[in-house]
Design a protein around this ligand. Structure first.
Ligand code: MG
Length: 145
């Protein structure tokens, strides 16, 4: 299809709302994806090329992913502990006892969302931070390191 690019770009959003994300959050999100690719490459080398698993490299890439996750957590003002607690709360909603295909295929997304939202104080803090960013009264765009 010779005009694919033109047809595809018809659906491309012209917006770029950097003020809603912030430099560290964007840097972190991109970095998590790129480092996940490096982690996958380490696994690929063993799985498809029969090379020994380079556990040092896997540890390195996991650390790199954590670094980018720290940038995101710092930007939004949450801790890894909060993220871990919310993740476990969500998984308990999804799989009350243990993983089953049945629960995996019939997820209660509303219940999972409530588990992720957590307590009222955390939601208020998140809303206040987002409001500050939207008003441009935050230095969240500036790297803090
Ligand atoms: Mg890396």
């Amino acid at each position: 299809m010779k005009d694919y690019i033109e047809k595809a770009m018809r659906t491309c959003s012209p917006g770029f709302h950097k003020e809603l994300v912030g430099t560290n959050a964007l840097h972190g999100a991109i970095g998590v994806a790129t480092e996940a690719g490096e982690l996958l490459d380490a696994v690929k080398k063993a799985l498809f090329y029969g090379k020994p698993v380079d556990e040092t490299n896997i540890l390195e890439e996991c650390g790199d992913i954590l670094w980018y996750m720290a940038a995101i957590a710092d930007h939004y003002g949450f801790t890894f502990e909060q993220a871990m607690e919310r993740n476990i709360a969500k998984l308990k909603k999804r799989y009350p006892e243990k993983f089953t295909e049945e629960f995996a295929e019939h997820r209660d997304l509303t219940s999972e969302r409530k588990a992720l939202e957590g307590d009222e104080a955390f939601r208020r803090d998140q809303k206040a931070q987002m409001d500050a960013i939207k008003r441009g009264k935050s230095n969240a765009d500036e790297p803090s390191y």
